[in-house]
Design a protein around this ligand. Structure first.
Ligand SMILES: C[S@@+](CC[C@H](N)C(=O)[O-])C[C@H]1O[C@@H](n2cnc3c(N)ncnc32)[C@H](O)[C@@H]1O
Length: 236
């Protein structure tokens, strides 16, 4: 299939990842970094408000399982994988991921600010969980050992984001920089507005992404055209 966007480092397909992943060369992916539909029937608010495709609970899980099966041959034996999860989808995401990779732990992206939900009778959902898993061959992470709580990465403000669940590029950069060898390949099968791809490009890594919705491919392509190399990611 012809890519929707391509430059020296990044290729983005407007496609269902369950089909497109089958075309990736075997054992080519060094880092899988993705933010699948959470299976929560998410509906955003504000300028970027929109329902997420395939986000109905059973449907979201099925898509993730099928995507991981389609991707598995393309993952290098020493791959590192990061899968964003909602706390309610964690058990299902854990099972789906551990069918292909070894779970290494849960990272917590601490957002330092509340969120929606039952404001009177629950704790503020001021974090997201990222499942970290790895392939059968051990590849050490780069840099000094970090704790599992990743702080200092502010959520993308609703007035500037182009996707309702857009992730901060700085956070994606931290995960890629620690896990992807120079010249390595990053994969995001649920690319949305391209935060993973932009981060990889800024770090000079190769990346391939897939996204089902043209409006998000368009947003990602615009961001990739503008993305310039930056300094190292900021962690607290
Ligand atoms: C949670 S969002 C990712 C947001 C992204 N992390 C960002 O920063 O913009 C998940 C995306 O997966 C896309 N999606 C859902 N099913 C898909 C499929 N089968 N293949 C490719 N993309 C899919 C949705 O359209 C949505 O944009």
């Amino acid at each position: 299939m012809k890519p929707y966007f391509q430059n020296d480092l990044v290729t983005l397909y407007l496609a269902d990842c369950r089909d497109q992943l089958l075309d990736l060369p075997s054992a080519s992916v060094d880092v899988l970094l993705t933010d699948p539909p959470y299976g929560m029937a998410y509906e955003g608010r504000g300028r970027s408000a929109a329902a997420i495709r395939a986000d109905g609970s059973r449907q979201g899980m099925r898509v993730l399982r099928q995507a991981l099966s389609a991707a598995s041959a393309a993952l290098a034996p020493d791959v590192h994988a990061y899968v964003y999860c909602h706390w309610e989808s964690w058990p299902d995401f854990y099972d789906a991921t551990s069918a292909h990779l070894r779970p290494k732990g849960a990272l917590i992206w601490w957002k330092a600010r509340g969120g929606m939900g039952d404001c009177a009778a629950s704790y503020a959902p001021d974090y997201e969980v990222v499942l970290h898993a790895a392939g059968p061959t051990r590849r050490p992470l780069v840099g000094k050992r970090l704790g599992a709580v990743l702080a200092g990465f502010a959520p993308v403000p609703s007035r500037v984001r182009t996707h309702p669940t857009e992730k901060p590029v700085e956070l994606q950069r931290l995960l890629i920089e620690r896990s992807c060898p120079v010249g390595g390949l990053v994969l995001d099968p649920f690319a949305g507005s391209g935060s993973t791809l932009v981060a990889a490009q800024q770090l000079g890594r190769r990346a391939v992404g897939m996204e089902l919705e043209e409006r998000y491919c368009e947003a990602a392509a615009r961001r990739l055209e503008l993305a310039l190399p930056e300094g190292p990611p900021k962690a607290a």
